[in-house]
Design a protein around this ligand. Structure first.
Ligand SMILES: Cc1cc2nc3c(=O)[nH]c(=O)nc-3n(C[C@H](O)[C@H](O)[C@H](O)COP(=O)(O)OP(=O)(O)OC[C@H]3O[C@@H](n4cnc5c(N)ncnc54)[C@H](O)[C@@H]3O)c2cc1C
Ligand SMILES: Cc1cc2nc3c(=O)[nH]c(=O)nc-3n(C[C@H](O)[C@H](O)[C@H](O)COP(=O)(O)O)c2cc1C
Length: 492
């Protein structure tokens, strides 16, 4: 070996050594970083799977509750959960809702594909509890919660306590969850509430928007308020349902009570159909205090704060026993000037992003509410590239927000509007057919960075729209849009 070859070899060896040292150092840092995010044995991992924000809201309140009593908690949306994170955790609290027809929320898609289909996950070291949100009016009550429970048990995780199912945001069900956590932590916890900030609104205006329609009447409801309130387009109003005056009077008469203003006020929002038995010697006033409140119903807000009014678009539901609880309260039972108790719920999954890209708005029926709120917001931001695709039955009777839409068209805010009035021609025409007909335009808009927002009925519209989007864009691109927050839905 010549001297120069030896020198080159030594230099190479030194370089290799330096490289090895750098790599070892980087690995060490990574291990250290990993250690820093490792959950300790007593830490809680909270995971939520939420479609319209309620499970997320309860998950965040529970996080606060536990942190207030000194517990260490990490909270994550299920769409960001990794197998490693799940494997690592010793105590997991799940907050999951059920959507569609017994389905998981959209945000759980990736977890179902990548985590729950993984057979070799050993969770025998892990304990867990599930708060499952659902609604008993659906056939598959809390089905996603049930399936998750089965999965965890199959993978040897141990339940801290039995799954708690919440029927349509019932406070009593949520209280049971808090009680179970109190037993678990041996600490007194603050209350967790589905709706937190109740405000008093005044029912200012009520206008039927579809007189002569073959469908149920749809009303524009306007609520005024005296406090400083703010919200984002896409948010939801949670309304405390109330009783008709005649029903309270009939109840008081049946109980042989004199009707007076105090009793009328005390019973305004109480459930008069199901109540606890009166105890011996219990005063009437004390007894009615113990009645449950009526349910909460949710409505998409159709206005933005700059308009200074909360506007809703409510379809009157007819049931076997009269009008629907929430829609009946807003469209008929509450009188003009009446106080409406409600809470504004942030619906981050349907918020707009101020990124000045084109926007495609698709909806039907009362779904117009969420769409017009977004258009008002886009007008505020000066974003003119908007395409509205809206469906109803007949143009003559069901052309909701016709004047407003025409005004926006004249102002250049809506360069593209397509209507699908299903009953105006022999062949049925729905919004999904418009998408099909205009697939070239859709691809062009998506290429230009457009986002798609869908609002209205899940079964009659949103599922078909999704199928057509899949056909036009393909599963991969639609999933990518979802991940980027460019495919958002407020469907019910
Ligand atoms: C995120 C979101 C946004 C929404 N936005 C709007 C909107 O902008 N506009 C709008 O009009 N609606 C909207 N809705 C729907 C709304 O919240 C109500 O579901 C709707 O008004 C019907 O409620 P109701 O109380 O009037 O009728 P309900 O009293 O709930 O009755 C509805 C139906 O359920 C049946 N039913 C009632 N109780 C039971 C029971 N215990 N078991 C079996 N069946 C039962 C009734 O017979 C009836 O057919 C939205 C829903 C969600 C989740
Ligand atoms: C379109 C739609 C479909 C639903 N399907 C079901 C269902 O199949 N089973 C059930 O128990 N609850 C069902 N629900 C009720 C929701 O689970 C319930 O409203 C829950 O509180 C929503 O929580 P989230 O906002 O976290 O998604 C459905 C609700 C909507 C709006």
């Amino acid at each position: 070996m010549t001297h120069s070859v030896a020198v080159v070899l030594i230099a190479l060896a030194i370089l290799l050594l330096i490289y090895a040292v750098i790599i070892a150092y980087l690995i060490l840092i990574k291990v250290k970083q990993k250690k820093e995010v490792t959950l300790n044995q007593n830490d809680y991992l909270i995971v939520f799977a939420s479609q319209s924000g309620q499970a997320e809201n309860l998950a965040r309140q529970t996080t606060q509750q536990l942190q207030d009593v000194g517990q260490t908690v990490t909270v994550t949306d299920i769409q960001y959960l990794t197998v490693e994170q799940l494997r690592q955790a010793d105590k997991v609290l799940w907050f999951v809702s059920t959507y569609g027809e017994g389905d998981a929320p959209d945000t759980a898609r990736m977890a179902i594909k990548n985590i729950f289909s993984e057979p070799a996950v050993d969770l025998s070291h892990q304990s867990y509890a599930i708060l499952a949100l659902g609604d008993k009016r659906y056939f598959n009550f809390c089905q996603f919660g049930q399936l998750l429970n089965q999965y965890l048990q199959q993978h040897q995780a141990q339940a801290l306590f039995e799954m708690v199912c919440v029927d349509h945001l019932k406070q009593a069900d949520v209280n049971l969850w808090t009680q179970r956590l109190e037993q678990l932590t041996q600490q007194q916890l603050t209350a967790v509430e589905p709706a937190q900030n109740w405000h008093c609104f005044i029912l200012k205006n009520r206008l039927c928007l579809n007189k002569g329609s073959q469908g149920n009447p749809i009303y524009q409801i306007q609520l005024s308020y005296a406090e400083e309130l703010t919200w984002s387009s896409g948010d939801i109003l949670q309304v405390q349902c109330g009783n008709r005056l005649e029903d309270i009077q009939a109840f008081l008469q049946a109980q042989q009570q004199t009707v007076d203003d105090d009793l009328l006020a005390a019973l305004q929002f109480k459930n008069l159909r199901q109540f606890p038995e009166q105890l011996p010697n219990e005063f009437f006033e004390d007894w009615i205090q113990r009645f449950d409140k009526l349910a909460i119903r949710e409505y998409s807000i159709a206005s933005i704060p700059e308009q200074g009014i909360i506007e809703l678009v409510v379809r009157q539901e007819k049931t076997a026993t009269g009008l629907g609880l929430g829609s009946g309260w807003l469209t008929e039972h509450a009188v003009l000037g009446q106080t409406i108790i409600a809470n504004i719920r942030s619906n981050s999954a349907f918020h707009l992003k101020p990124i000045h890209k084109p926007l495609i708005l698709i909806g039907n029926g009362t779904g117009i509410a969420g769409l017009v709120a977004h258009l008002s917001q886009r007008q505020q931001w000066g974003d003119q590239q908007n395409w509205l695709i809206f469906g109803e039955r007949q143009q003559q009777f069901d052309h909701l927000y016709k004047d407003q839409i025409q005004e926006w068209q004249a102002q250049g805010l809506l360069p593209d509007v397509d209507y699908a009035f299903s009953r105006d021609q022999a062949e049925k025409l729905y919004v999904q057919h418009i998408l099909q007909q205009k697939s070239e335009q859709l691809l062009h808009w998506i290429e230009a960075g457009a986002a798609i927002y869908v609002c209205g009925s899940l079964k009659d519209m949103a599922q078909e729209v999704e199928q057509n989007l899949l056909n036009i864009l393909g599963a991969e691109q639609l999933e990518q849009l979802r991940i980027e927050g460019r495919y958002q839905r407020d469907v019910y």
